[in-house]
Write a protein that binds this ligand. Sequence first.
Ligand SMILES: *Cc1c(COP(=O)(O)O)cnc(C)c1O
Length: 376
Amino acid sequence: MNKQIPFNKPYLTGKETHYIYQAVHSGKISGNGEFTKKCQRYFEDNLLLGKSLLTTSCTDALEMSAILIHLKEGDEVILPSYTFVSTANAFVLRGAKLVFADSNPDNPNMDAQQIESLISPKTKAIVVVHYAGIACDMDPIQQIAKKYNLFLIEDAAQAVDSYYKGKALGSFGDLSAFSFHETKNIQSGEGGLLGINNKFFEERAEIIWEKGTNRAAFFRGEVDKYGWVDIGSSFLPSEIIAAFLFAQIENIQDIQKRRKEIWDRYKKHLSPVEGKVQFPFIPPYATNNAHMFYLVCSSLQDRTALVAHLKSKGIYAAFHYISLHSSPYYQNKHDGRILKETDRYSDCLLRLPLYYELSDSEVDYICQEVLNYYGI
Ligand SMILES: *Cc1c(COP(=O)(O)O)cnc(C)c1O
């Protein structure tokens, strides 16, 4: 009888239902209440975001970003092709043309050196994705954004508690988006947060968040009535979600400590296969927030066979993104450039199980099966 090891198991700290109970009985269950404010304060104080707004997903935070930068039909946005569909969809929804950058050979983040050559007079924004929570090279990217007067947006969905040269990811872009989907380090089932580091966007972000009304300002007593002042939607989660998330935030250090132990254990025990597969590369300017442990196999065939071997041992490993530039929706709209590294990660990258409750002996078992597969 094999053990069964899922790819992910959402971790509960124990306080979630307690705080939900409090939220439910507080008499204020809709959004922007006490738990929402506590969650936002954590991000503002600890990650040094200018201001933050809790959203129902990272996807929503990205959609808010696209509205905030006044993206118009035909504007161009530069982003990686190796990313989740929401990074692209948020901008496509507003009529943008996507200009995909290839990934680095040594990790799936977008190649900062390529960005400048992709800029045209229509370019409006650069969207970076910190893959696996590992920072993109922000200095040159910020310089290019500044030189060409482009907005910089960070998809920091995977990047909570991760840093570039000591500064938190999510605090670099004019706007940034975090995810609390159940597959992320801290989670609320579904959930997200918009970081606003450019003061210019603060007031309007709150209006877009509250259905295009100045309701939040009204509740602070800044205006004596509220009404429809701009476009917007309902992007804020209820206090029930915020209460759940707050329990996770309170335990973030413990969660991160355990995830890093698991990550380090994988790295150590799998070291004999380094060379046969490519390991995650963490540049000297970046930290590791242990969002993910992945291997890059030498070919699609190799990955497929490894997945099957692990599955036969009850271990569920998962590949990741299918290149967006060759997706059914976008392939005919893509400018035709070959994105070699993106396609390689698409074919060859494999993520191993990584969740708080994964035990040391389970990690050892997974490592042993990877070594067995490679005949080591
Ligand atoms: C998870 C993820 C998202 C989407 O997050 P949701 O909260 O599910 O909307 C977007 N981008 C990246 C890179 C992600 O990993």
